[in-house]
Design a protein around this ligand. Structure first.
Ligand code: URA
Length: 211
């Protein structure tokens, strides 16, 4: 499918600024056509923790920043409760353009297809090269499977170290949107598990600093 599209125009000696400029011209799949803008990751240049979601949502597409909508608020709460300052982290997505279908005036999130994810992955790999985080946290199945393989399961694998050389610690947890979608009576427990997974990251970092 992606053979008709040019490769992602990732700059050779990338910096955060160069990536954020170059991504605006990405035509590596069809998603740019419907989106307002590409949304690249943001955060500290020397971030120890990189968090990777699926793709920008409606708010992120409009504002041009990752995790600034409802899922972003859940992520912020989780990070705060786990003692990881958002400003110290780098937050990004596997796919840089919002995929949706229109229902009247509403834009309903659609999961990106495999070929769209593959077309977009060079951006994430470039971000990893630039930031070189100690810890990589995949938020949800799209990020986890894109980076670690299709055999990964959130329910089974969350919260523990994964076998990967993308960072010293690579781990996965649920996507904050799944907490928003949880039934009222399950939401608190889902949030507690999310916080616990993020606390594992905070504890790992403290232990590494102390070593
Ligand atoms: N969901 C994501 O995966 N990423 C965002 O930036 C927002 C919502």
């Amino acid at each position: 499918m992606s053979f008709e599209y040019p490769p992602a125009p990732v700059p050779v000696r990338a910096t955060q600024a160069k990536l954020s400029e170059a991504v605006t011209g990405c035509r590596a799949c069809d998603l740019w056509e419907g989106a307002t803008q590409a949304v690249i990751g943001e955060g500290a240049k020397d971030a120890e923790v990189m968090l990777v979601g699926e793709q920008p949502g409606d708010r992120e597409d409009i504002e041009g920043h990752p995790f600034v909508g409802p899922a972003g608020r859940v992520l912020d709460q989780g990070l705060e409760r786990a003692g990881i300052p958002r400003d110290d982290a780098y937050i990004t997505n596997v796919v840089k353009h919002f995929r949706f279908r229109a229902r009247g005036k509403r834009r309903i999130h659609q999961k990106p297809d495999r070929w769209q994810i593959n077309a977009c992955l060079p951006w994430l790999h470039a971000e990893l090269e630039v930031v070189r985080p100690l810890v990589l946290v995949c938020l949800g199945a799209t990020a986890a499977q894109a980076l670690l393989g299709s055999q990964v399961r959130i329910g089974r694998d969350r919260g523990r170290p994964m076998d990967s050389d993308l960072a010293e610690l690579v781990t996965i947890t649920t996507h904050p949107s799944a907490i928003l979608r949880a039934e009222d009576e399950d939401r608190e427990e889902a949030m507690a598990q999310f916080v616990s997974d993020l606390e594992n990251v905070a504890n790992w970092l403290s232990a590494r600093r102390a070593a």
